[in-house]
Ligand binder design. Structure first.
Ligand code: ADP
Ligand code: ASP
Ligand code: MG
Length: 455
């Protein structure tokens, strides 16, 4: 960053990085409205919370209005859900899921209180709100609720009096007043939804990596940071399992055109504001942003799915509807789907669901769907994972999927299921080969090379 130069143009700044990618930033709008989101690791101790407070205070002192959305301290949501599991190992009915949400939401409640206190200790005026106090209205799908509306009047009134407003991530309230949560990683979605509702100038997602990489840098140390990633690619990467952003946050950003950037909270809090605002990865909305699109921009993987197969179902019209209709009615999301070629008038029907909905889906299929269809058996496998290659350039290049299959074959990895879209190809494989597959594909598509899109 030392040799980057910034030029001001019509109130905006175009920062010319020592890379082929000029990065457009909006932070120099005077008195911008900015949403900051801090993840669990960034909020992981009182020392880190103090750093967050100092960073936020720096932005406020530069003249901006700040709404801050923190996650629970790292490990806290897992700890709370672990306690729940000890007392009720099979909390799959609605009454139990309601209580899981009441419990899990407390992690963020602690974070907002601590951050408000830390900001006040920094001499800032700060006020914290739980989701229900804003309110952030959601539907009633406990543990994976969707945000329906946000009333920003209270936040706006506070900002107008010079306060920093801190809003819990991950939670909302349904029409009956029940506390709901938005699914794991949901604080990203809270932050982007608040930014969308308030038409914020930018939403900055501070996390423990310094941007979006070609793949998870914890799995492939050679992974490279992308300076920009198109919204479409980010959407696919998030939906294919890249945990750096929750999928719904990307959907919100796309729908409401929220300027979104992923950056590190581990830089010194007092680094130059211009440098900080131009760091990380910018999610862009322009397809032609890059001179030449990389064929594959990133590799995502997901260990959170499980495979279910309904065996020996009669191969007649309406089978897919009868199986998947029942699953959808139970509000269980289905991902990769395969129907085998029929033999003797019978076929097998397989699909993947999220692992934490596996037990519910299996019970439903075994008890209700299979008997009514006359299926022979319902079998499940939780030891699978899905690995995907993602890139806008796949649209205009042929043979990319074949190259992927060759790379997997070279590693001796068997493919169980395949699914494709215009800009991604996914395979379901045995979980034990996940890292091998991701590393092999990263190499095969030369994502660690100098000509990779990160440079
Ligand atoms: P937070 O607690 O800040 O929300 P998360 O753990 O949810 O952080 O997301 C950040 C993590 O996402 C990183 O530590 C990294 O291991 C993982 N990750 C997965 N895929 C990617 C990717 N393509 N680029 C960067 N990070 C990724
Ligand atoms: N605390 C929640 C979780 O661990 C939400 C989040 O961190 O985004 O999933
Ligand atoms: Mg996260």
């Amino acid at each position: 960053m030392c040799c980057a130069k910034a030029t001001v143009w019509a109130g905006y700044t175009r920062r010319v990085l020592p890379s082929p990618e000029p990065v457009f930033i909006s932070f120099l709008i005077p008195m911008a409205l900015i949403v900051h989101k801090y993840g669990g690791t960034s909020m992981g101790s009182t020392e880190r919370i103090r750093n967050v407070a100092k960073r936020v205070a720096k932005w406020v002192r530069a003249g901006h209005q700040l709404v801050v959305v923190p996650s629970a301290m790292s490990g806290e949501t897992n700890r709370l859900l672990g306690l729940a599991k000890e007392l009720h190992p099979n909390a799959i009915d609605e009454a139990a899921q309601r209580e899981l949400d009441a419990l899990a939401s407390t992690g963020e409640q602690v974070s907002v209180g601590l951050l408000a206190l830390a900001l006040q200790a920094e001499g800032m005026q700060a006020v914290s709100y739980a989701g229900w106090q804003v309110p952030i209205r959601t539907d009633s799908a406990f543990t994976k609720a969707r945000i329906e509306a946000i009333d920003d009047s209270r936040i706006r009134a506070d900002l107008a009096t010079g306060k920093v407003v801190i809003v819990t991530g991950f939670q909302g309230v349904d029409a009956e007043g029940n506390v709901t949560t938005l699914g794991r990683g949901g604080s990203d979605t809270s932050a982007v939804a608040v930014a969308a509702a308030m038409k914020a100038d930018e939403c900055l997602i501070y996390t423990d990596v310094d941007g979006v990489y070609t793949t998870d840098p914890r799995v492939v140390p050679e992974a490279r940071r992308l300076h920009t990633v198109s919204f479409e690619e980010m959407l696919e990467m998030a939906s294919m399992g890249s945990k750096v952003l929750q999928i719904r946050s990307v959907e919100f950003a796309g729908k409401y055109r929220v300027p979104l950037r992923v950056l590190s909270s581990f830089t010194p809090w007092d680094i130059d504001l211009a440098e900080e605002a131009a760091s990380g990865t910018l999610i862009t909305f322009e397809d032609d942003e890059k001179m030449e699109q990389a064929v594959v921009s990133g590799i995502a993987f997901n260990r959170d799915e499980a495979k279910i197969a309904v065996l020996g179902v009669p191969d007649t019209p309406g089978i897919a509807y009868q199986i998947l209709g029942a699953v959808a009615e139970a509000n269980i999301d289905v991902d990769v789907i395969i129907q085998n070629v029929s033999k003797d008038g019978k076929t097998d029907f397989s699909f993947t669901v999220n692992r934490n909905e596996f037990a519910r889906a299996m019970a439903l299929l075994k008890e209700k769907v299979a008997p009514s269809l006359g299926a022979t058996e319902v079998v499940g496998d939780t030891r699978i994972c899905k690995v995907s290659i993602v890139g806008i350039g796949m649209r205009s290049h042929v043979g990319i999927a074949a190259r992927m299959f060759k790379a997997l074959a070279d590693e001796g990895i068997n493919i169980q299921m395949i699914s494709t879209s215009e800009i991604k190809t996914s395979v379901v494989i045995d979980e034990k080969y996940m890292e091998l597959a991701v590393r092999g594909l990263h190499r095969a598509f030369e994502l660690d090379q100098d000509n990779a899109p990160a440079t």
